[in-house]
Design a protein around this ligand. Structure first.
Ligand SMILES: Nc1ncnc2c1ncn2[C@@H]1O[C@H](COP(=O)(O)OP(=O)(O)OP(=O)(O)O)[C@@H](O)[C@H]1O
Length: 233
């Protein structure tokens, strides 16, 4: 592992029960940089995030995470049930559970972090609203605020801008840039070539295999070079 690497995956095979998704995947993610993960639907991008988050254990290979601290995982907004009767503030505050433990009383510091994260994502005015009453874009920003509230060293984002308007996408792009500048390592799963091209590093998956990694412009050019890889979206 080089000093500039935050994560090194070696020959990782992983999936769900008997279903193998990732196959022999080896990759490096640069520290304090943004790594875009692209590839067609079903190519294994979310599964890779699960492996990095530690929720999916590889059946083969190793995942080396350097540095302390746990990852913060921002799931796709559809993954959160509409039925959850919780407010925006409570949702963001759950981000503190990673360091405080579930249902523990929050300290003044915790509350300050929650307030700062809601402000950063421009959702402070929604603090008392139920999550289920928000628009898709608002809900996505709340989930990202929850991810930031974990104060992670490694921030895992699963299509955080899908379905959002241009202003909301720009806002989230700005947050990603700022967090990266603060030293957070970010893994950004996206179907948007423009977003991927802003990253420092890019991984292209196809059918659970890594087919290219490197500078986004080169990887995205490789992605459009062959019919199977042309469909990022
Ligand atoms: N919980 C699960 N149990 C079983 N199979 C799953 C599960 N989650 C995903 N899969 C399967 O794993 C494969 C890869 O899915 P994954 O969600 O990692 O792909 P993806 O690249 O993120 O796709 P998308 O772009 O559609 O989000 C798919 O064939 C999917 O059906």
């Amino acid at each position: 592992m080089q000093v500039s690497d935050a994560v090194v995956l070696r020959d990782v095979t992983a999936g769900y029960g008997r279903r193998t998704v990732l196959r022999g995947l080896s990759a490096r993610l640069p520290r304090a940089g943004v790594t875009a993960v692209v590839g067609p639907n079903g190519s294994g991008k979310s599964t890779l995030l699960g492996v990095l988050a530690g929720t999916i254990r590889p059946v083969h290979g190793t995942v080396e995470l350097s540095g302390a601290g746990r990852p913060g995982y921002v799931v796709q907004r559809d993954a959160v049930s509409d039925a959850l009767p919780i407010t925006v503030r409570e949702t963001v505050a759950m981000g503190r559970w990673a360091s405080r433990g579930p249902w523990r009383r929050l300290t003044a510091h915790d509350r300050a972090v929650v307030d700062a994260c809601m402000a950063a994502l421009d959702v402070s005015s929604l603090a008392g609203r139920r999550l289920s009453t928000l628009s898709g874009g608002q809900r996505q920003r709340v989930l990202l605020a929850q991810g930031l509230a974990q104060e992670p060293d490694l921030l895992l984002l699963d299509e955080p801008t899908t379905g959002l308007d241009a202003a909301a996408r720009e806002h989230i792009a700005g947050v990603i840039e700022r967090e990266s500048a603060r030293g957070v390592t970010i893994v950004h799963v996206t179907h948007d070539p423009a977003e991927a091209s802003r990253a420092d590093h890019c991984l292209l998956l196809n059918e659970g295999r890594l087919v290219a990694q490197g500078p986004p412009t080169e990887v995205l050019a490789a992605a459009t070079g062959t019919p199977a890889q042309a469909r990022l979206q």
